[in-house]
Design a protein around this ligand. Sequence first.
Ligand SMILES: Cc1cc2nc3c(=O)[nH]c(=O)nc-3n(C[C@H](O)[C@H](O)[C@H](O)COP(=O)(O)O)c2cc1C
Length: 367
Amino acid sequence: MNHPALTSVELGGLRLPNRLAVAPMTRVSATPEGVPTPEMADYYAGFARGGFGLVITEGTYTDTVFSQGYFNQPGLTLPEHVAGWRPVTAAVHAEGATMIAQLMHAGALSQGSHYRSNTAGPSALRPGGVQMPEYGGGGTWPVPKEMTEEDIAEAVQGFVTSAKNARAAGFDGVEIHGANGYLLDQFLTDYTNQRADGYGGPIDNRVRLASEVVAAVRAEVGPEFGVGIRLSQTKVNDFTYRWPGGAKDAEIIFTRLAEAGATYLHVASEGRDWIETARLDGGRTLTALAREVTGLPVIANGNMHNLEQASRVIAEGHADLLSIGRGALANPDLPRRLAAGAELDAFDPAILHPMANLANARQWARG
Ligand SMILES: Cc1cc2nc3c(=O)[nH]c(=O)nc-3n(C[C@H](O)[C@H](O)[C@H](O)COP(=O)(O)O)c2cc1C
């Protein structure tokens, strides 16, 4: 089939055979110490075998202080994490795909950590909503401690170290998780960031931590290694939030991150279809705006297993690549099916319930 997502594309120095990426998806299947397992290597290699040009990992924690979000989340901060990821990147490369590590600091939305029993965020405010049972949590979130300048510097250093580790583990690039309500998004969001210092207040200040992380990582890994950033308006605990200044805020955010040295922007659409979260006044879209403002490649997300929408997004210039989450779980061979004109299987939420881990998926596959 002649689908526009099946043409090759360049992503910050990486040449990809198609425009289809596996979206980052937390699977809470590492060891309690955060070491990836052989089962995870099989899982990730399955998407590469199915034709995805790019595989982005689940959110991977960046330090042994406050970054871990869930029990059994993989890390990229200790030598044993690096050793555990090596066979995973090798398995994905052997199937011909490129692999990027998503680097994540959970901040106030941490619901399980091997290292700490308390949490940290921009301000000492209890997050809205409740913890996610499919990742092993339950009940309301704890009130985080307000991060000091030292805490912030330590968090930035965690991203730097884990980016260096990602390269040592064989990844082709990193993606900074600035989306979905986690630490960098907590700083970006007006109601979770009530700081009175240079990290709080107007949007220029609220985007500062995300841009400092991108700049620090870029300085560490040099110009050849991909450093993307994922952003979103909606959050795992708030599907309705929109950047208060609309397109004006978006321009500031995208510009600052591009200036900091990002090689691509990934606009996530947590809990909603792409068009719902990307729509701007006057028929424009957030993803197209990101392309215009920065000239960088942009990945769009949100129900892209709707192949008609996927086609429109690429053909009409709203984005350069598409990331697919639930559709990839249902169809790890989605690109091959698309090329063959074969039907896609519908996503069955039971694959992630009661737990979003690989053991649950194995059970589900057995029927
Ligand atoms: C099981 C599961 C785990 C997820 N974990 C992450 C994650 O670790 N990092 C992230 O940025 N987004 C995560 N997401 C969000 C997805 O990347 C994606 O944005 C969302 O599922 C919408 O895309 P879709 O409509 O293609 O599923 C997760 C989604 C699912 C379903």
